[in-house]
Design a protein around this ligand. Structure first.
Ligand SMILES: C[S@@+](CC[C@H](N)C(=O)[O-])C[C@H]1O[C@@H](n2cnc3c(N)ncnc32)[C@H](O)[C@@H]1O
Length: 274
C-alpha cells in the first residue's frame, strides 16, 4: 500500500518544475502584479467570503499559487505538500513575490502531528487533491483535527462523476468506466504528460489514485462532527479534463462542448467544525 506514496511523489517531483515554468500556472503574473490571484481562487471568491486575518492551511498545496492567492486575500497561510520539489517551487514563488507564507513538507495524513491540533480557522484544499488519497474518511479526520471549533473547510474538487468518465472516447458519449465509489485497489495510470502546457519530457509516469463518491466525502465529514454549509456543483473545471472536447470559458475554466448539462464537472463544498 505504501508504494503509492513513492510512485506519486516521484511523478509530482518531476512535474513541479515544469508546472512552475508553464504559462498555465502564471508565475510571471504573480511576480509582476501583487494583486494577482490564481484562477482557482478567483473562481470561488463569491463563496470564499472575507478571509482576512484567518489562520489558514492549504493541504496538498503543490507549487503554492493558490496558497499565495489566499495570503493575498489577507489570510495567514501555511501550505503543506509531500513533494519536496513542489514545496521548493512554492518557497521560491513566495520569495519572488515577497509573500509571508510558510510551506511545509509532509504527507497530508501526518498534517495534524506536524502542524498542530485545532490550529487553524480555515482548511483549504482541492482541484486534483483528494484523488491521491486512498481513504477519504482518514482525510476527513485530518481536516477535523486541524480545525479549531468554529473553523471551516473550503473544498473545490473535480466531481467524482467526472473522474469516473472515460476521457478517451471520441463519439460524444459520457461513459462511466472508472470507479465512482472508493475502492481499496488503486486506479493505476501510466501517462507521460501532464495537465498544463509544457515541452518537458517525463519519465516518472505511473501513478496510483482513487475516486471517492460525493456521498462518501460528505458522510466522512459528517462523521467527524462537521456541519455541511455549502455544496454547489459546477459545469466547469479549471483544467482541460477531456482534451479536444471542451471550450475554454472567460476566466479560464473549461466546459464540455457537447451538452455540458449532462455532467457535474466540479463542486465547491464548505463545512464547519462545531
Ligand atoms: C494537482 S495538485 C493540487 C494542488 C492545486 N490544485 C494546484 O494545482 O496547485 C496535487 C498535489 O497533491 C500533492 N500530494 C499528493 N499526495 C499527497 C499526500 N499523500 N500528501 C501530501 N501531498 C500530496 C502532490 O504532491 C501535488 O502537489
Amino acid at each position: 500500500m505504501d508504494d503509492y506514496r513513492a510512485l506519486n511523489r516521484a511523478s509530482w517531483d518531476e512535474r513541479a518544475p515544469a508546472h512552475a515554468a508553464s504559462p498555465d500556472y502564471n508565475r510571471d503574473r504573480f511576480i509582476a502584479d501583487p494583486a494577482y490571484l490564481s484562477k482557482v481562487v478567483r473562481f470561488d471568491l463569491p463563496r470564499l467570503g472575507d478571509i482576512a486575518g484567518l489562520r489558514g492551511v492549504h493541504l496538498q498545496c503543490h507549487i503554492g499559487t493558490d496558497t499565495i492567492s489566499l495570503a493575498r486575500l489577507g489570510a495567514r497561510m501555511t501550505g503543506l505538500d509531500f513533494s519536496a520539489a513542489s514545496v521548493a517551487e512554492a518557497r521560491r514563488l513566495a520569495a519572488d513575490t515577497g509573500s509571508d507564507v510558510e510551506f511545509v513538507h509532509a504527507d497530508v495524513y501526518d498534517a495534524v502531528g506536524v502542524l498542530g491540533r485545532e490550529a487553524f480557522d480555515l482548511v483549504f484544499t482541492g482541484v486534483g487533491a483528494l484523488c491521491w488519497l486512498p481513504d477519504v474518511a482518514r482525510w476527513a479526520g485530518v481536516v477535523a483535527g486541524l480545525l479549531r471549533p468554529g473553523g471551516r473547510l473550503f473544498l473545490r474538487e473535480g466531481h467524482p462523476v467526472l473522474w469516473a468518465v472515460d476521457e478517451t472516447r471520441d463519439d460524444g458519449a459520457l461513459v462511466l468506466d472508472y470507479p465512482y465509489f472508493e475502492r481499496a485497489e488503486p486506479i493505476v495510470f501510466e501517462d507521460s504528460g501532464t495537465y498544463v502546457a509544457t515541452d518537458a519530457a517525463f519519465t516518472e509516469n505511473v501513478t496510483h489514485s482513487w475516486n471517492h463518491g460525493l456521498g462518501e466525502i460528505v458522510t466522512a465529514l459528517l462523521d467527524q462532527g462537521l456541519t455541511l454549509t455549502m455544496l454547489v456543483e459546477h459545469d466547469s473545471v479549471p483544467w482541460q479534463a477531456f482534451p479536444g472536447r471542451m471550450d475554454r470559458l472567460d476566466g479560464g475554466e473549461w466546459r464540455l462542448t457537447d451538452r455540458p448539462w449532462r455532467l457535474p464537472h466540479t463542486y465547491t463544498l464548505q463545512a464547519v467544525k462545531r
